[in-house]
Write a protein that binds this ligand. Sequence first.
Ligand code: ADP
Length: 414
Amino acid sequence: MSDESTHDLEQSNEQLKRLVELSITLNSTLEPDDLLQLIISTAADLLDCEAASILLYDEKQPRLYFAAATGSDPTKLAEVPVPIEGSLAGIIFRTKRSMVLNDAEQDPRHYSLVSEHLQFRVKTLLGIPMLIKDRVMGVIEAVNKRDGIFTERDETLLTVISSHAAIAINNAHLLATTKQALKNVKEADQLKSNFLALASHELRTPLGIIIGYASFLREDAKGETSEHAQHVLNAALQMRSLVEDMTNLTMLETEGQMIIKYQKVAIQDILKSAYDEIRQLAAAKAQRIIFAFDEEPIMVHLDPDKTSSAFVNLLNNAIRFSPEGGAITVGATQQGERVMAWVKDHGIGISSDKLPKIFDAFYQVESINTRHYRGMGIGLTISKGLIEAQGGKIWAESEGEDQGSIFKVVFSKT
Ligand code: ADP
């Protein structure tokens, strides 16, 4: 093999190595400025030219702008206008075709304004469109080959670099957009939490007054007026329970706000106290509550109030989502070092695709437009938060629509 072809082969090998390195680094870098710098310095090195630059498309203006260039101040560069009509980069961008100019100053298409701005004489130029599928994102240019003219091999090399660059820049752009969207969602979520905290706090005082005076009125008044006062009282108590739910939810969302007061208690006592809170609701729908546990106390180490609140929500749901006259079972059993408690109903059931979602805040299986079960979609979120804050687990099981549901809760005994 002649010296020349050995040299050629070595050069090709070296170029291939650099391309592979570039591709690996591009895949592991998502910082847009680092990406651009790496691309143009590799391009200038591999093509052995004085400068390389990346021009990206700004659709708002619309125009091209220098996103990066070797040896130039990036902020100054960004100010240099590169019109779509009347610049070499613009032609490459519009035609989506590469361009080789080995005598740029003599070429009628040469547009010197950009070079003047940069105080840079363009003698030879190779430009490649940066394409993602059919969409052109910008142009990559190599300027002034040091030794001779730009060849077909240079064009192939820059085309490979350009397609890698287009993918990497597009990924970085997608990541930035996703990050921004996530930030917006977080901000909106924070606003929602602030609103809930404020609303639940501000509603508490007037509600307390309504409940207080409605109770007085019910006691003092006679006949129909006392009955009316009872209606006002019932409605206000219902509203207070909604406000309490809102307060509990904001408390769960603010880490460290929940104080757990552990006690040694019988799980049966917790379930019975939860039942006491909802017995009237069950009676109003002629539903029977069946206790399925032994009288022998199953002792657990839990916060009785918080656990009871969690079960009140489960029972409340069992009542609301079951027909009149049905039966609801509340059970508990010891399983080695663990205790399982459950609430089982024979109501509307939950289809398997909805089961994982029902514990999400504000999620309701029923569409908001057709719903007739009311509620805010936060009861289960609160129950889950209260149970998990004590190291427990909660989940739902159902054979599907109209097959009833069972909500299971597991705690370790200690
Ligand atoms: P809410 O009951 O106020 O809508 P929850 O967080 O308590 O909010 O429940 C979320 C959703 O889960 C309910 O809207 C309902 O679609 C479904 N769900 C909860 N409990 C049951 C149940 N026992 N049977 C059928 N569906 C239920």
